[in-house]
Design a protein. Sequence first.
Lengths: 301, 298
Amino acid sequence: MLLILLVGLSACTSAEQTNTQSDSTSSTYIENKGSDTIVNLALAWAEAYQALHPEVRISVTGGGSGTGLAALANGTVDIANASRQIKSEEQQLAENAGYKPVEFVIARDAIAVIVHPENPINRLTLPQISQIFSGKINNWKELGGEDRPIVRVSRETNSGTHVYFLESVIRLDSKEDKTIFSADTLLLPSSEGIIAEVSDNPNAIGYDGLGYVTDDVKVLAVASKEGAVYIKPSAGTVNNGSYPIARELYMYTKDTPQGAILDYLNWVRSSEGQAIVSKLGFVPYKVMENKLFYYEPPRRN
Amino acid sequence: MSRREEIKELIITRIIQAAGYLSILFVALICLFLIREGLPALSEVPISSLLGSRWYPIEDYFGILPLLTGSLIVTLGAVLIAVPLGVGTGVYIAEIAPTWANEILKPMIEILAGIPSVVLGFMGILVLSPFLRQSFNLPTGLTAFTGSLLLGWAAIPTIVSVTEDAMNAVPRSYREASLALGATRWQTIWGVTVPAARTGILTAVMLGMGRVIGETMAVMMVTGNAPTLPSGLNALFLPVRTMTATIASEMGEVANGSTHYHVLFFIGLVLFTLALIINIVAFIVSHQRIKRAERLLS
């Protein structure tokens, strides 16, 4: 009995010791919060980085871009993840609190709209795509195509791409808009299933991350609105911002990053970090351009 | 028997007994778990919205009606396909087929029973669905009917073997009496043997149905998973979303303890109840057969 007590006691003290140890090295603890879109990517990065640098501990939580940026202004996080740029009010709020948020593009995300190769339609506007998927346009004839019913193909509702497509394409980024996918939209369990159906069925229209698209389907050029230029998705048009169904994914630091946070962000933006971006189906931010890659902190003389 | 052997036998009996009771325990635990996780859905989601016509859980539309009808349509279609083929094959094997045909047919049907459903689904996506779309001129080949065909195929082995057993259980004297009265072979089968084996054949149908309604992988791959309410007879040729496919595709991503989570378990409960009803009906029907046979013997 005494022995058990002793062992228990010593375990307690040793636990306390490790606690104080981690407290004394708290500079290597990075708090990362924000966008739910990025949370998986951020987790993958954090896991890989912690494997390389066991002395750094990164805690990743979601909650949404707004939550992350608000926490940044409150000073409770080191890095905020956001799938949109910081708003001027948020910027103001952070500056009032004495911070100067710095923005880092950490990845890009493009979604290609695809049809059967024999479909004569080559381009669509975003409002047209919205009307197709919400069930307002039901025949290719209405878009100047053949007299065929439109079969809508989508990922399952648990897919982030599904949610992004719902918010940014079907609802055209309007928060008040409560339109949802037409009930007869085929919800396929995998990207491969979408490619299989669209490449086989001349009636089908689908969407998928650019990385999944094969030559068996036709990628449509998309214009943001009637009269705008139609653009095809590619690493180039995604990176110059001309393709409308693409977005940048950001990380914000509350000040010019230093030490462990700077090292982490540099690693995230390195080819190693960006390899994880491709693996998770996003578009890497810049491919092998070391000049733009590394963020040099301004020298203080 | 020596004392040693007695003890050995006792131990073996107890082990087998324990195995039997364990399976009862497991079923009871599964049932309890389903109820515990599924029933909160009833308090979290109003019944009216649970019986709504739209299933879109990420925007809190929890209408399970399209999923229920989806499962029923696929099952009904599969039964319509599998019953004539399965019963026909069973009758052929039991009554008509020469020995050499039986020797080929029976192992073939066993192989059919052993094909994993994911393989069936794969063939459905690559072969059946394009074929159906082109030959029936459908908007898409991913329909309830595609699922029905595949599941009908999967249910045939069950139906064949149970039907065959039922036919073999019909006393020889029935056939002999019928033939002696001058009935042809066809008249004997249609008028005497099949009606005598009726309850057994019904059991076969019920078991086949149980196999179909719980099938997941193949339906998820070929039915298109669109949660639409059927609006007419053509619903068989439109995409549907079944309860099993919904659970399988959404359970992995859902937050533990959320409303969506509870509703998915509630769907599981509905599915469990349906399968239970089918099994109980099959049991009652086959139980009647025993009584009938007893009556005949007395």
